[in-house]
Design a protein around this ligand. Structure first.
Ligand code: KIV
Ligand code: ZN
Length: 515
C-alpha cells in the first residue's frame, strides 16, 4: 500500500508574492475552484492580515470551496492568527499555517530574538491557532539554513503544542537534493514525537532545484509538498505542482506514495493561472509548456508514430493537452464550441458567460480561418481577465498608421468610468504609438518594466499574446491581452495592467521584518 502524498497548493499565497501577480478576490475564487476540481488537498488562499482585500479574498475562498481544505498564513503573532481564524470561520475544512524563522541569520538580523524566545513564540502561536482549528501547520522559516539541534527542538515543541503538520521550508532555495533529503530524514528520525505530525517541505527555486529538493524530501519521508501552478512564487518561484505530481506518478517505481490529483486538470489550470497573473509559461517548461509534448525532429516523430513509448514517458492527454487538436472555424456552432471547451476542462457558469465567449469566438473566426484549442483557451482566459479585474478603462477603438518612411501614429478611443475619451500620439513603432496614445488619456505615472509578445499558435494569422508589467511607487502589476493584431493585443494588455494598477490596494508582505 502506498502512502498518500498531500498536495498543498500555495499559488494564491506564495505565488501571489511574485512581482505583479497580486490577484483580486474574484480571481482567487476562480483559481481556487480550478484547484478544487483538480483535487488539491490544501489550498493556501492568502495572508489575511496583509490588507482588508486579502482578508476578504481568503474569506471568499473559504466560503466557496467544499472539497479541499482552505488554509491561511499567519506569522507567530496574535493579530495574524486571529485574522486567519476569522477569515476561515465558514470553511468546510480549515487549516491555520503559522511560521517563525529559525536560522541564525534570520533570528539575529530579521527577528532580533534569541533562539529560546523564538521557540517560546512558536509554541504560543501553535496553541493560539489550535483555539480555532485542530488542523495547524507550523513552518520553521529558513529551515534549510537552520541548525539541526535547534530545528529538532522547536519542531518537537511545536508538535507537543498541537501542530499536526510540520513544514521544513528551504526559504532561500539554498539546499541541494541529497543534503536536503538527508536533513528531512534526520529530523523525522530525531524528533521523538515525529509520528504525531505529517512532515512537509516548501522549496524555493533560486538554484533551479525546488522540484528536485522536494522530491528528495519525499523519498526521505516527507508526505506533504507545498507547490504552485507553473512554479509561480517569490523570486525564482516555488516547486511546480505539475512537475511534482507527474514525477511521483510517472516514477511510481521510485516513490512509495501517490497523490489524489486529477492530472487532466493540469493544463487548463496552468492556462488560467498564467492568464490571470500575466506570467506567461515558457514554451520549454516541463508538462505545461507549449513544446512539452511537441516532437520537432523527424527522427523523433517517426519513433513516436511507430510506438509512442520511444520518446514519450507521459501521455499529453493525461495532463490535459487535448488528444486531437480539433480545428474549429467560422461555421462551428455554439454546441460544438461548448463541448470542445468542456473537453478542455472549461465549463461555463451561466448561459450569459457562454454567449459572451461564443461571440468572441465568432469575432475571432472572422479574422482567422482555423481555430485551435489554444485559441479557444485564450478566449476563455480573456473573459476570465475581464471578469476578475474591475474594469474602469475599456478599449473602444484603435487606429494605427504605419508606413515606410513615416512616423507611426495612433488614434485611440477609451471608455473611462462611463465616459468616452479620445487621444492620439506618434511613436517609434505602432505599439509605441498605441501605448503613448493611451498615456495621453490616462496619465498613470507608471513605468513600463516589461513588454513581451508570444504567438499562441503557429502561422502568421496566429493570435499574439502580449504581457506588460507596470510599476508605480513600488507596486508592480502584470497585464495580458491577446488578438490576431498584435498592436490591439498590446493595447489590451496595457489597459488590463492599468485597470489592475488603479484598482488594487497596497498590501503587507508576510516575510517582512516584524514579529
Ligand atoms: O518560503 C517560506 O519559508 C515561506 C513560509 C512562509 C512557509 O513561504
Ligand atoms: Zn515561500
Amino acid at each position: 500500500m502506498s502512502d498518500k502524498l498531500i498536495i498543498f497548493d500555495t499559488t494564491l499565497r506564495d505565488g501571489e508574492q511574485s512581482p505583479g501577480a497580486s490577484m483580486t478576490r474574484a480571481a482567487k475564487v476562480r483559481i481556487a475552484k480550478a484547484l478544487e476540481k483538480m483535487r488539491v488537498d490544501v489550498i493556501e488562499a492568502g495572508f489575511p492580515i496583509a490588507s482588508q482585500g486579502d482578508f476578504e479574498a481568503v474569506q471568499a475562498v473559504a466560503r466557496t470551496i467544499k472539497d479541499s481544505t482552505v488554509c491561511g498564513l499567519a506569522r507567530a503573532l496574535d493579530k495574524d492568527i486571529d485574522r486567519v481564524g476569522e477569515a476561515l470561520k465558514d470553511a468546510n475544512s480549515s487549516r491555520i499555517h503559522t511560521f517563525i524563522a529559525t536560522s541564525p541569520i534570520h533570528m539575529e538580523h530579521k527577528l532580533r530574538m534569541s533562539p529560546d524566545k523564538v521557540l517560546e513564540q512558536a509554541v504560543y502561536a501553535v496553541k493560539r491557532a489550535r483555539k480555532y482549528t485542530d488542523n495547524v501547520e507550523f513552518s520553521a522559516e529558513d529551515a534549510g539554513r537552520s541548525e539541526m539541534d535547534f530545528l529538532c527542538r522547536i519542531i518537537e515543541a511545536a508538535i507537543s503544542a498541537g501542530a499536526t503538520t510540520i513544514n521544513i521550508p528551504d526559504t532561500v532555495g539554498y539546499n541541494v537534493p541529497d543534503q536536503f533529503g538527508a536533513k528531512v530524514r534526520e529530523i523525522i528520525e530525531r524528533v521523538p514525537n515525529a509520528d504525531k505530525a505529517v512532515f512537509s517541505v516548501h522549496c524555493h527555486n533560486d538554484l533551479g532545484l525546488a522540484v528536485a529538493n522536494s522530491l528528495s524530501a519525499v523519498i526521505n519521508g516527507a508526505r506533504q509538498v507545498e507547490c504552485t501552478i507553473n512554479g509561480l512564487g517569490e523570486r525564482a518561484g516555488n516547486a511546480s505542482l505539475e512537475e511534482i505530481v507527474m514525477a511521483v506518478r510517472t516514477r511510481s517505481d521510485v516513490f512509495s506514495c501517490v497523490s489524489d490529483i486529477d492530472t487532466t486538470q493540469i493544463v487548463p489550470t496552468s492556462r488560467l493561472v498564467s492568464g490571470i497573473t500575466g506570467f506567461a509559461v515558457q514554451p520549454n517548461k516541463a508538462i505545461v509548456g507549449a513544446n512539452a509534448f511537441a516532437h520537432e525532429s523527424g527522427i523523433h516523430q517517426d519513433g513516436v508514430l511507430k510506438s509512442r513509448e520511444t520518446y514519450e514517458i507521459m501521455r499529453a492527454e493525461d495532463v490535459g493537452w487535448s488528444a486531437n487538436r480539433m480545428v474549429m472555424g467560422k461555421h462551428s456552432g455554439r454546441n460544438a464550441f461548448r463541448s470542445r471547451l468542456q473537453e478542455l476542462g472549461t465549463t461555463f457558469e451561466s448561459e450569459e458567460e457562454l454567449n459572451e465567449a461564443f461571440s468572441r469566438f465568432k469575432d475571432l473566426a472572422d479574422k482567422k480561418h482555423e481555430i485551435f484549442d489554444e485559441d479557444l483557451q485564450s478566449l476563455v482566459t480573456e473573459a476570465n481577465l475581464e471578469s476578475t479585474v474591475n474594469e474602469s478603462i475599456k478599449l473602444v477603438a484603435l487606429k494605427v498608421c504605419s508606413e515606410t518612411g513615416e512616423t507611426p501614429h495612433a488614434d485611440i478611443t477609451l471608455w473611462v468610468e462611463g465616459e468616452e475619451k479620445s487621444g492620439c500620439s506618434s511613436g517609434g513603432g505602432p505599439v509605441d504609438a498605441a501605448l503613448k496614445a493611451i498615456d495621453s488619456i490616462i496619465d498613470s505615472g507608471s513605468e513600463l518594466l516589461l513588454y513581451s509578445v508570444n504567438n499562441i499558435t503557429s502561422g502568421t494569422d496566429s493570435q499574439g499574446e502580449v504581457t506588460v508589467r507596470l510599476e508605480k511607487a513600488g507596486r508592480i502589476v502584470n497585464g495580458q491581452g491577446a488578438d490576431t493584431d498584435i498592436v490591439i493585443a498590446s493595447a489590451k494588455a496595457y489597459i488590463n495592467a492599468l485597470n489592475k494598477l488603479l484598482t488594487t490596494a497596497p498590501r503587507a508582505h508576510p516575510q517582512g521584518g516584524d514579529v
